[in-house]
Design a protein around this ligand. Structure first.
Ligand code: HEC
Ligand code: HEC
Length: 454
């Protein structure tokens, strides 16, 4: 198995482009109908990313954000960057091969989750300590890392939407962004989270003083040209903050502003589907067009609404026992939201190595099969539109459309602005994979309130 963080990393399953499907006459009629329906629906290109007035996009802030996002020195033990769990070529998600034992804290049973490995547990002095679940292995988040590109348009981010749209300075408590500051709010969470990037009890003072003394991205190699140029011109973090904000102070609010700005420059709007709706009829193959026609005629498009392929709401598709993770109810307090999760964007979903907040499906064919009647499903609080009826022959064209029609080739190829440095391997290969602490294997219950991640 390849080491996480070293390149090249495990490639996701690829679905080849398919020949045009041959449908029986009656189905052809059905498709002709959806085609007409599709033609009458006006598909729009992606709207501009909402930008809060208090944090306008500037090239200096964006490149600082890119440096911070990929710098493992943002974590207390210098092993984990934001990008370690949000790898571009996996569609902004994680290879997600690490196992979290789920709500029962017992490994290798039905409620296990394929989450992201973060840091080894450390006490406030930085010494490694045995975590009740993971021992001295890297801890694993309780949900899979989503694609982080879609968040720029979302009023709420994270699987349960708990990142606040209002952004307050974490030091002074003063509100800096009244609305549209979701990405700023989210970006500070992982840095102090003791599963993802932090030792126990880490303070903002320790984060900012650490950054003031390190050489930016010194652990990474193959720096993207814009990043390399910025570090050559401004060799320290105080220099880079000075260039971006006018003074050299490294503060958590500025870290948040820079990271959110970088995220807002990542607009995956060059998919074959974008070209197709702009009038390039050949951009989608006939099979992919059949998949797209089915998608928009079925309930899929009601929840995964184009052009972002999410309507930014929360829903339950009946993946698992809602007692395992109450999801959206944490934010709203409404029992009707129990077990509901954010409807994810499907742009670049074809690059993801696993799907859903549980990471439980390894490819899109399994996802598409799960939506059909007869798949094992948990019913309480199930959203309308599930299950989805599939005429015969549409499964593979739909997978082809999702896999190839919605992938921006720049993301797949790590081309600008989606380029990234190569990270240092956080640990020797093979030592990270299961995070199975002995205590957990013995069934010892730890505090159930382990943070979800991010
Ligand atoms: C250890 C792995 C890990 C690290 C490190 C990490 N993330 Fe995440 N990220 C996750 C997980 C897991 C979630 C989903 C958590 C949830 O919804 O409860 C997530 C969610 C997100 C989202 C929400 C996306 C959406 O559309 O809902 C954004 C944005 C994001 N992370 C950005 C960042 C940034 C910025 C950093 C660094 C400051 C970072 N992440 C560090 C694992 C990680
Ligand atoms: C009722 C709303 C709803 C409908 C209808 C719906 N979905 Fe989803 N979809 C969701 C939600 C919610 C999730 C995330 C579930 C979770 O992780 O708990 C999701 C997840 C996915 C994912 C995984 C994405 C990822 O990044 O992990 C894919 C792919 C997907 N849906 C495709 C489809 C297709 C294809 C259809 C139609 C056959 C469809 N969906 C119909 C709400 C819906």
């Amino acid at each position: 198995m390849a080491s996480r963080g070293s390149d090249p990393i495990r490639r996701p399953l690829r679905v080849p482009r398919l020949p045009a499907p041959k449908f029986p006459p009656v189905l052809s009629l059905a498709f002709a109908w959806t085609l007409l329906w599709a033609a009458s629906a006006v598909a729009q290109p992606l709207p501009p990313v909402p930008v809060p007035a208090a944090n306008p996009i500037t090239p200096q802030k964006a490149v600082l954000g890119k440096i911070l996002f990929w710098d493992q020195q943002l974590s207390s033990d210098h092993t984990v960057a934001c990008g370690s769990c949000h790898l571009t070529e996996f569609g902004g998600a994680d290879p997600a091969v690490a196992v979290h034992p789920g709500a029962d804290l017992i490994f290798f049973n039905a409620d296990d989750i394929f989450g992201s490995p973060g840091v080894v547990r450390r006490d406030p002095g930085g010494a490694a300590i045995a975590d009740p679940i993971f021992g001295f292995n890297r801890q694993v988040t309780g949900r899979a890392a989503p694609n982080f590109f879609g968040g720029s348009w979302n009023f709420e981010v994270l699987w349960d939407g708990r990142a606040s749209t209002a952004f307050d300075d974490p030091i002074t408590g003063v509100n800096l962004i009244p609305v549209d500051g979701t990405l700023e709010s989210q970006s500070l969470g992982p840095i102090l989270n003791s599963v993802e990037m932090s030792k126990d009890g880490r303070s903002w003072g320790s984060v900012t003083s650490q950054l003031a003394f390190v050489k930016p991205l010194v652990l990474a190699t193959a720096l993207p040209p814009d990043v390399a140029a910025a570090i050559t011109a401004f060799p320290t973090y105080p220099d880079l903050f000075n260039a971006a904000f006018g003074t050299p102070d490294v503060t958590p609010a500025r870290i948040a502003f820079a990271i959110a700005t970088y995220e807002r420059t990542l607009v995956p709007d060059q998919t074959p589907w974008d070209a197709f709706i702009a009038g390039v009829g050949t951009a989608l193959s006939p099979a992919q067009q059949a998949g797209w026609n089915f998608f928009q005629g079925a309930s899929c498009a009601g929840c995964h609404r184009p052009p972002l392929f999410t309507d930014s709401r929360f829903a339950s598709i009946g993946l698992r026992d809602i007692a395992d993770d109450i999801g959206r109810e944490v934010v709203t307090g409404l029992p009707s939201d129990r077990g509901h999760f954010k409807i994810p964007t499907l742009r670049n979903a074809g690059l993801k190595p696993s799907y859903m907040h549980t990471g439980q499906f390894a490819n899109l064919l399994n996802v598409v099969r799960f939506y059909q009647p007869g798949a094992p499903r948990f019913f309480p609080n199930l959203s309308p539109g599930i299950p989805v009826l599939f005429p015969p022959g549409v499964e593979l064209p739909l997978v082809d459309f999702l896999q190839n029609g919605l992938t921006d080739p720049r993301v797949a190829a790590r081309a600008f602005p989606f380029d990234r440095p190569v990270l240092a391997a956080p640990e020797p290969a093979g030592s990270w994979q299961l995070g199975a602490g002995l205590a957990a294997l013995l069934g010892l219950r730890a505090a159930r309130s382990r943070r979800r991640g991010c």
